[in-house]
Design a protein around this ligand. Structure first.
Ligand code: HSE
Length: 428
């Protein structure tokens, strides 16, 4: 039999502990599947004696993950520490320079420093695997890099942050305000240590940057993603969208257009009865469209101990079998940067506004829309008791610029009691 495949694991939080559990409990099964014993040589974490519910007595302990990364008795360094720089990046670099393959769940590090690390890996004949970095237990990296290799990908989109989807679902189902649903997610321990990573769309944006790179053969470019969070979504919008047959989702979309690469992570309306519209709670969904396969939909848990550890173990088994793929699917020299598309493809928009209930206001509103060549598809005004009339408009396809200009004009001309809210309606 081939010699054992030896692991060094840095970071024993939820995911690291989950990986230890699978490797220990399923050692015989994994060995049968990969034709190799998978063996943990050493581990490293912040607190050695913390009770994690798993014994560490069979492994060497390293205080410093950087020392672990260069140990001669490991074949792969597994980075589960997190953070874009500092010890996690240094340890990954050390492992690559020492000729070790790397497995990581660190989406932020890959989205920001991915190219630099991919170059270092190639220079040292190593490989970086990161199935756990995007959509937890969903094997989306494998799907794009392997299963769909025979396709020209046209669009990748999805719900890639379970916490945001949980908050939006709770607002809708339990009639909660954004603040209440956020507090509930916080109490359940769903939020990242810096909650803005979740609700600001940053965590999902990191994932989208990685998927874009693989899908379109370009270097990851997190900085060009048009990023908006969910904190602007109100219960009024959720109810109004539902009334028009839509759900609001924090939706990531990456697509190549004639004007360049369009990458967005923002609250969007999707048809309530679509697969994305029906996605509830902390679940993730990724939709991939390619010329040959047409469309596939992957759905599953985007976080949590078991699902994320399952993804890490899949990378371990690939490397144990000797399967190596360049970091973003192509050698770095073959990745071609794609110009950032400065404007989005035209779309329908949802507009919610509180009109001053005076004669002629509606005529002025439709006049502003007409001045910006925005055509109305549907419109609804709700009964009301005070001086402001709630009005919803769904437009035909138009541009984001036209919508922004119309909203500014309505606000400046004091036609509404507060700036109108505008969300894109995504074509599915
Ligand atoms: N915080 C993420 C989520 C999981 O809520 O989906 C890790 O990326």
């Amino acid at each position: 039999m081939t010699p054992p495949f030896r692991l060094g694991i840095a970071g024993l939080g939820t995911v690291g502990t989950g990986v230890l559990e699978i490797i220990q409990q399923d050692a015989a099964l994994l060995s049968r599947k990969t034709c190799r014993d998978i063996y943990i040589s050493a581990v490293s974490a912040r607190a050695r004696h913390k009770d994690r519910g798993v014994s560490l007595s069979n492994f060497d302990w390293e205080e410093n993950p950087i020392d672990l990364a260069s140990r001669p008795d490991i074949d792969v360094f597994i980075e589960l520490i997190g953070g874009t720089k500092g010890v996690s990046k240094e340890a990954v670099e050390t492992a690559l320079i020492s000729g070790k393959d790397v497995i990581t769940a660190n989406k932020a590090m890959l989205a920001i420093h991915g190219i630099e690390l991919a170059e270092l890996a190639e220079k040292n004949g190593c490989c970086i695997r990161y199935e756990a970095a995007v959509a937890g237990g969903i094997p989306v990296i494998k799907a794009l890099q392997e299963g769909l290799i025979g396709n020209r990908i046209s669009r990748v989109m999805g719900v890639m942050n379970g916490t945001c989807n949980y908050i939006l679902t709770r607002m809708e189902k339990a009639n909660m305000s954004y603040k209440e649903a956020f507090a509930e997610a916080d109490a359940l321990g769903f939020l990242e240590a810096d909650p803005n990573l979740d609700i600001g769309g940053i965590d999902a944006g990191h994932k989208l940057a990685i998927l874009s790179a693989i899908a379109f053969g370009c270097p990851p470019n997190f900085n060009t993603i048009n990023l908006e969070g969910i904190d602007q979504v109100t219960i009024e919008d959720i109810k109004a969208a539902a009334d028009m047959g839509f759900k609001i989702k924090l939706l990531g979309v990456s697509q190549k257009t004639t004007r360049g690469l369009e990458q967005r992570m923002q609250p969007c309306l999707v048809p309530a009865l679509s697969s994305l519209g029906q996605l509830e709670g902390g679940t993730n969904m990724v939709v991939i469209e390619g010329d040959s396969v047409e469309q596939i939909i992957l759905r599953g848990p985007g976080a949590g101990k078991g699902p994320t550890a399952s993804a890490v173990v899949s990378d371990i088994c690939d490397l144990a079998r000797g399967w190596k793929i360049p970091t973003f699917g192509l050698p770095v020299k073959n990745l071609s940067p794609i110009e950032n598309s400065l404007s989005d493809l035209p779309a329908s928009y949802y507009l919610r506004m509180l009109l001053l209930d005076e004669s002629g206001t509606l005529a002025k509103i439709t006049g502003v829309l007409s001045d910006h060549s925005i055509s109305i598809d549907r419109m609804r005004q709700y009964s009301h008791d005070d001086k402001t009339a709630p009005v919803l408009i769904v437009t035909h396809k138009t541009t984001r610029n036209a919508i922004d200009e119309a909203v500014t004009e309505m606000t400046e001309n004091k036609l509404t009691s507060q700036p109108p809210v505008a969300f894109r309606i995504e074509d599915l």
